[in-house]
Unconditional design. Structure first.
Length: 292
């Protein structure tokens, strides 16, 4: 067991769990925040890539490069939609819906890649869907205007594009983690610069800038470094379990620092979502391991 890799992944997920708290204190909208995040991460990861000498040993492949560019588009949209969700709903609720991504991977895999959808996966999907309804509240599904204003659509889109990111990144085998993330964040800069309102950065306080730079250098640059440096040394099952540190930290910070308190029905919804995801990721693999 690689203890160092386990610690790195746990720390990265714990840090990322605080991104919602940082986001709401930046004072800038989602598009502008993701743009700065991409700039900071590109500088940080590009510097590490050069310092480690990885740029000299990269194996470039035209198809992989195109997939990496597409992956960059998906991950940037994922970030924008997630931060928009934070603007409309509590961090706990947004993160709970965002973590539906593994379920979307199963569904998209079945639809696009013709992968087999098991009974267990179908049950987990239905469970997570019911959980999402409980979180938002049945009344918001009755009124279209309230539903659209709830932030649910933004959180759901962020989960969907994260699933697209995971499916696309599966096909990238030769590029290093540094090259992969450097290209993705550079794509984000190019994508977002036409839409950024730079006047929104005027009049920001020192505190605002500390939170903005924190989301860029810490939550993107440093966390990406720890994440990609660790996952290649760990089993898929272990990675799947440790990523749950992220939403747990996010929900705890939301409750402790922002005084969020879910209703009993929302609590049930959160438990249903994470129970369904955990069952989908962990239990079937555990059964397969026992059958070997």
């Amino acid at each position: 067991m690689n203890v160092s890799a386990i610690i790195k992944l746990t720390v990265s997920m714990a840090i990322f769990g605080s991104i919602g708290f940082f986001t709401i204190h930046t004072g800038v909208p989602a598009t502008e925040l993701v743009f700065i995040r991409c700039v900071c991460a590109t500088l940080f990861l590009g510097a590490l890539w050069l310092i480690t000498g990885g740029h000299k040993t990269e194996v470039w492949n035209k198809k992989e490069l195109l997939r990496t560019l597409l992956c960059g588009v998906f991950i940037v949209l994922n970030w924008v939609f997630l931060f928009k969700a934070f603007e409309e709903m509590s961090i706990s609720i947004a993160i709970s819906i965002y973590n539906l991504a593994p379920i979307f991977v199963l569904i998209l895999g079945a639809l696009l890649l013709k992968e087999k959808m098991t009974v267990q996966a179908l049950v987990a999907t239905i469970t997570c869907f019911i959980g999402s309804i409980f979180i938002i509240g049945l009344q918001n599904f009755i009124s279209l205007s309230e539903f659209m204003q709830s932030g649910f659509v933004w959180a759901l889109l962020s989960a969907l594009f994260y699933a697209f990111t995971m499916l696309t990144s599966r096909t990238i085998k030769n590029l290093s983690a540094y090259a992969l993330t450097f290209i993705q964040t550079a794509v984000g800069i190019v994508m977002l610069v036409p839409f950024v309102d730079f006047s929104l950065f005027e009049g920001l306080t020192t505190t605002n800038w500390l939170y903005i730079l924190g989301t860029g250098f810490i939550h993107t640059g440093f966390v990406y470094y720890l994440f990609f440096d660790s996952i290649r040394s760990l089993s898929t099952i272990l990675v799947s379990v440790l990523v749950f540190v992220d939403p747990v930290v996010a929900i705890l910070l939301d409750m402790l620092l922002l005084d969020f308190m879910p209703s009993p029905i929302q609590t049930l919804g959160i438990l249903l979502i994470f129970g369904g995801i955990f069952y989908t990721i962990y239990i079937p693999k555990q059964k397969a391991h026992l059958q070997e």
